[in-house]
Design a protein around this ligand. Structure first.
Ligand code: TYM
Length: 334
């Protein structure tokens, strides 16, 4: 089984990314052939600084390697190093409808947040994401809940491609974790934890110092009750239950039993302790890995080479099926 996922480059990866996605990437290495990509071409669809972007790729690479991605057990690379992604994006645009793209909630959210320019790239973002996955004929896409709609779209695109041009692409399945698929902002627990849309105090970053983590969790917004149980009117406590359950690898019911009658103060302290312990090894390894930029670059370059070998095969078949090119070309890099 082949697994593929992508992640945006930023040094500000948060607990939502970690629990919803990164944890699954690490586990994926034991479950199949795992391929992970830092999507710098997606990052240019909103306002950004070129010099910062390149650094952010290294930050993200060091976080993921620190979290346990092993380049000997997965393919780990930078999206812009594999030109097949944008090429396939364009080819897939012929089987993607304008109406579908117009319905994407992430586009609407991000478009609303732009000050100067809503780029065409932001609108096209989900087609590039479809190309990321379909280029590898991946079976499974581990993501958090907020990416479910994008995976639905790529399934439709793959099915439409196969119906129009013949069986060429694999229709991938989404894989969303049972607990922690949508970690909420600690200050506004009705909104998801997010680098751009959340509150600074309500967002726990993977690289936060332990005392920052403790402060953010202890001052998280809860309700006027005392019971540690999940309920629709207890969004803050429900979120903390999900967080500690995911971090400890237990069921939320277990957590409710354990903290029955203990009150919010003691519960929040336990969540803070668990999260600090959980993130400590990543933070330590990050510092060491991040200081070796040449090493990170080498890892990404080697990953790109392996990725290109797979993606170029798919692109040859796609071009052939679509009647693009001569039909028996030798492509560069092959
Ligand atoms: P990105 O970089 O925003 O997020 C990376 C992963 O983190 C998950 N996530 C969350 N999970 C739980 N709770 C949250 N609050 C939370 N916030 C984020 C996301 O669901 C995601 O899995 N478009 C993608 C990147 C991408 C991609 C791909 C993903 C590009 N190509 C191909 C899969 C396959 C994104 O912006 O992720």
């Amino acid at each position: 089984m082949r697994i593929f996922s992508g992640i945006q480059p930023t040094g500000r990866k948060h607990l939502g990314n970690y629990i919803g996605a990164i944890r699954q990437y690490v586990a994926g290495q034991d479950r199949g052939e795992a391929i992970y990509c830092i999507v710098d071409l997606h990052a240019i669809t909103v306002a950004y600084e070129p010099a910062v972007l390149r650094e952010s790729v290294y930050d993200t690479a060091a976080i993921l390697l620190g979290a346990g991605l092993d380049p000997n057990r997965c393919i780990f690379f930078r999206q812009s190093d594999v030109v097949e992604h944008p090429e396939l994006c364009w080819l897939l645009s012929s089987v993607t409808s304008y109406g579908e793209l117009n319905r994407m909630t992430q586009f609407k959210e991000k478009a609303g947040a732009q000050r100067d320019l809503v780029s065409g790239g932001l609108f096209f973002y989900p087609v590039l994401q479809a190309a990321d996955v379909l280029a590898y004929r991946a079976d499974e896409v581990p993501v958090g809940e907020d990416q479910r709609q994008h995976v639905e779209l790529m399934r439709d695109v793959a099915e439409r491609f196969n119906a129009r041009f013949g069986e060429t692409l694999v229709v991938p399945e989404v894989r969303v974790p049972e607990v922690g698929a949508r970690i909420m902002d600690l200050q506004q627990p009705d909104r998801k934890m997010s680098t751009t849309g959340g509150t600074p105090q309500g967002t726990v970053y993977v690289l936060d110092a332990p005392d920052q983590v403790a402060r953010k969790i202890r001052s998280s917004v809860t309700d006027s009750g005392t019971e540690v149980v999940r309920a629709p009117d207890k969004a803050g406590i429900s979120n903390l239950i999900d967080i500690i359950a995911a971090v400890r690898g237990t069921a939320p019911e277990e957590i409710e039993r354990e903290f029955d009658g203990s009150g919010y103060g003691a519960f929040k302290q336990a969540v803070a302790d668990a999260v600090i312990e959980y993130l400590a090894p990543v933070r330590e390894r990050y510092t060491e890995l991040r200081s070796d930029e040449a090493g990170l670059e080498r890892t990404l370059a080697e990953g790109a080479e392996k990725a290109r070998a797979i993606a170029s095969d798919t692109l040859r078949d796609v071009r052939e099926a679509m009647g693009v090119g001569s039909g028996h070309e030798v492509r560069s890099g092959q």
